[in-house]
Design a protein around this ligand. Structure first.
Ligand SMILES: NC(=O)c1ccc[n+]([C@@H]2O[C@H](COP(=O)([O-])OP(=O)(O)OC[C@H]3O[C@@H](n4cnc5c(N)ncnc54)[C@H](OP(=O)(O)O)[C@@H]3O)[C@@H](O)[C@H]2O)c1
Length: 385
């Protein structure tokens, strides 16, 4: 099937493949597809409680490695539609290439892929540049129709610091005064599922799900405070302290190097550009969830969200451990890990092609739409209104 050729009849006799199925978007995507009556094959990395949850809900769960072409061929056997989600990890581009070749051989017809709002060819973040390449490689190699879910900053990210927030009353993320309209994992999944369900409507398009309104860090913290039932103060820590903190929490080094770049984008307001969007309503036919609702659910699901003496002691110990942790030097770490680096990388809003393709420079679009212009991506993947 050629790119942009519509798939007109949703076929539920085939399974839909969900990759990264035990992840934040993979679980709700699997569950919502099952609710719609699809047969779902969920590819997970390990057999654990999440895999069991998916199996109990009715998914065919297979354990496999996204880097292993043999596992991917097995996962794609008989599959016509697939959700591809690269983990926030090293080798993500490798995973995408393995997926693309196996999907081409399996004659997959429609792929929905998780992208990034920041995606741009000269972004300083390696992971973001890799997503930018995936956005183009997957449709080109597979020949399948393709929808990109171009998410900004997930609502779930704020809950990385739920423990100090709920237990010590301090929300320590360096967000500056950046605004965001955070989407829940479940709403992101609604847009993924809608795009998988109706390739005839969504092929060749890019959707950016958001929550219903732009919120300041203080407003976000107030909603988390209400959900935990205690007062919480927004205390933006330094970049050095967040690096100490994520290292002390056991994050792998790769994501640590990228996280600081995403925080800088946040402070610069890049996630406020074009937000809120109507993607959830447009694709899934429902209103996006407001952050107060999302916060109540995420706090309710997480044992660290309930203040207690033992929890406070644990959080204080963790804070002490962070204080005595040596932070990584992101650039030195990237060099040491032999990341593919570029000179003069530009954050999203410093790139004219990003500004054009993300609706900030409408008047300049025609000038940039030369055959060699970067704005061609705007045509291939029009941004939602
Ligand atoms: N967070 C944000 O704000 C944000 C914003 C925009 C875009 N994104 C994009 O979101 C994507 C991540 O989506 P997500 O948050 O839904 O994923 P996630 O929760 O990070 O889940 C990734 C899953 O992939 C699995 N995995 C890791 N390595 C694997 C391997 N070699 N083989 C098989 N499975 C493997 C992990 O397994 P285990 O759980 O067992 O480790 C995990 O379940 C990234 O591409 C990122 O660029 C994120």
């Amino acid at each position: 099937m050629m790119q942009n050729e519509p798939v007109t009849s949703p076929t539920r006799e085939h399974s839909v493949l969900v990759t990264s199925a035990a992840g934040r978007t993979g679980i709700p995507t699997t569950l919502q597809l099952l609710e719609k009556g699809y047969r779902v094959r969920s590819l997970v990395r390990v057999e654990d409680a999440r895999a069991e949850q998916l199996r109990r809900a009715g998914a065919e769960v297979i354990v496999g490695n996204l880097a292993d072409t043999r596992d991917m061929r097995e996962a794609l056997r008989g599959i016509k539609r697939a959700y591809f989600c690269a983990p926030m990890a090293h080798n993500a581009l490798h995973f995408a290439n393995v997926f693309a070749l196996a999907a081409r051989d399996a004659e997959v017809e429609h792929v929905v892929q998780l992208g990034q709002w920041l995606s741009q060819e000269d972004h300083p973040s390696l992971y973001t540049r890799e997503i930018h390449l995936m956005d183009r490689i997957i449709p080109a190699v597979t020949g399948a129709t393709h929808t990109i879910i171009n998410v900004g900053w997930f609502a779930a990210n704020y809950f990385f610091v739920l423990e100090p927030a709920a237990q010590l009353g301090v929300f320590p993320m360096p967000l500056g005064s950046g605004l965001n309209a955070p989407p829940s994992n479940e709403d992101i999944a609604r847009v993924i599922v809608g795009s998988l369900d109706r390739p005839d409507l969504h092929a060749g398009r890019s959707y950016r799900p958001t929550g219903p309104s732009l919120l300041s860090p203080e407003e976000i913290v107030d909603h988390i405070a209400a959900a935990t039932g205690r007062s919480i103060k927004y205390r933006p820590m330094s970049e050095r302290m967040i690096l100490k903190s994520v290292r002390a929490s056991g994050w792998p080094a790769g994501p640590q190097t990228q996280f600081v770049q995403y925080l800088e984008e946040y402070r610069r307001g890049t996630f406020a550009v074009g937000a809120p969007s109507d993607a959830v309503e447009r694709v899934a036919g429902v209103e996006p969830e407001d952050f107060a609702t999302v916060a109540r659910r995420y706090v309710g699901q997480d044992p660290v969200g309930h203040p207690s003496m033992a929890g406070a002691l644990r959080a204080a110990t963790q804070f002490g451990r962070a204080l005595f942790t040596t932070p990584i030097d992101p650039l030195a770490e990237e060099r040491r890990r032999d990341h593919a680096l570029i000179r003069d990388g530009r954050l999203s809003q410093d790139s004219l092609s990003w500004r054009v393709s993300h609706g900030m420079e409408e008047s300049r679009i025609s000038r940039l739409q030369s055959p060699r212009g970067c704005a061609g991506e705007h045509v291939a993947f029009p941004m939602p209104a």
